[in-house]
Design a binder for this molecule. Structure first.
Ligand code: F6P
Length: 348
């Protein structure tokens, strides 16, 4: 380790948590210490920056967190740029907390704030996280692989009970705008119908798939639906309530139950729904997410060392590299035609 500190790196985790965040934190601290930086862990995402709430992190204090889900730093959906006075507080606190460089680990909202701050000359680096895998600019976010594993296991389990009772099972999974969890775990679990936000369908189209299976002698069906799926002709998303969070998102939920009722009514087949909800974000990360988080964490510190600020670390093929935040966050990464075609091939 170097004798003199090269400066202090603040790290925060914002937005919905996901497995692998602790792997990033551990890697950032380990690499930073090796290169001669100190690390300050900012509590609860951007909220900690507004309250100047942080604690020093060391390689020893973070040595046993690799396998743990969630984030030891806590998280929040605080938007520090919503009010001008909050932005001023944040910028002032960066100075008073002695943070020279900031690593923001988050999804579209957290990284959107990081991008804005980079424009204000804050020395910030982004790390893409989210189970939704919808961050443009990286092939994969960490957390996604774990969520897919959890959903696939749930589909496997639902399959045996659906088969015994000759039922249709609708599995509602997370995915507000992007259907990555649905499509990948639906394919992995052999679902018979996959419904994603990118592609609305009519109730008739869905029921035809199910009726077709039953007509061929199969007595159960599995439907996987993203929470953001919309039936064709319905212009409103199914939501838990109408309130918006600090980034303007409404809390989705309920499409599974709605579909189950409609499918049962139209097909006459007994139908149940299961909402996997936050189980998809909980628990220990897969080996893939632990290693991806570790590689991202090391790269984030390397970017600071190289002076490549205002960048987001990313995965391209098998390589960890980086992309300017302004280029990364222009739109959401949605499920593309190739995946939709694949799901079509295995429909029914
Ligand atoms: O972080 C993304 C996400 O998991 C979405 O898929 C989901 O819509 C949302 O978070 C749920 O948010 P909350 O944790 O606030 O209930």
């Amino acid at each position: 380790m170097a004798n003199r500190s090269k400066g202090t790196i603040g790290i925060l985790t914002g937005g919905g948590d996901c497995p692998g965040l602790n792997a990033v934190i551990r890697a950032v601290v380990r690499r930073a210490e090796q290169l001669g930086y100190k690390v300050l862990g900012v509590k609860d995402g951007w909220k900690g920056m507004l309250k100047a709430d942080a604690e020093p992190l060391t390689a020893d204090s973070t040595s046993e967190i690799l396998t743990r889900g969630g984030t030891i730093l806590g998280t929040s959906r605080t938007n520090p740029l919503k009010k001008e006075e909050d932005k001023k507080t944040l910028l002032a606190n960066l100075g008073s907390m002695g943070i020279d460089f900031l690593i923001a680990v988050g999804g579209e909202d957290t990284l959107g704030v990081a991008r804005q701050l980079a424009k204000e000359n804050v020395k910030v680096v982004g790390v893409p996280k989210t189970i939704d895998n919808d961050v443009e600019g990286t092939d994969q976010t960490f957390g996604f692989d774990t969520a897919v594993m959890i959903v696939t296991e749930a589909i496997d389990r639902l399959q045996t009970t659906a088969e015994s009772h000759h039922r249709v099972m609708v599995v509602e999974v997370m995915g507000r705008h992007a259907g990555w969890i649905s499509i990948v775990s639906g394919l992995a679990g052999g679902a018979h119908c996959i419904l994603i936000p990118e592609e609305s369908k009519t109730l008739d189209e869905i029921c035809q798939v199910i009726k077709g299976r039953h007509a061929r002698g199969h007595r159960y069906s599995i439907v996987v639906a993203s929470e953001g799926f919309q039936l064709k002709g319905q212009d409103a998303l199914v939501t838990k309530d109408k309130e918006l969070d600090a980034f303007g998102h409404v809390l989705l939920g309920g499409i599974g139950e709605r579909l189950a009722k409609l499918i049962e009514k139209q097909t006459g087949f007994e139908t149940r729904s299961t909402v996997l909800g936050h189980t998809q974000r909980g628990g220990s990360p897969t080996a893939f997410d632990r290693v991806l988080g570790t590689r991202y964490g090391v790269k984030a510190v390397d970017l600071i060392e190289e002076g490549k600020l205002g960048h987001m670390v990313c995965l391209r093929g098998n390589q960890i590299t980086s992309i300017p935040l302004v280029e990364a966050m222009t739109k959401l990464k949605l499920v593309d035609e190739e995946w939709i075609r694949l799901a079509e091939i295995f429909k029914g």
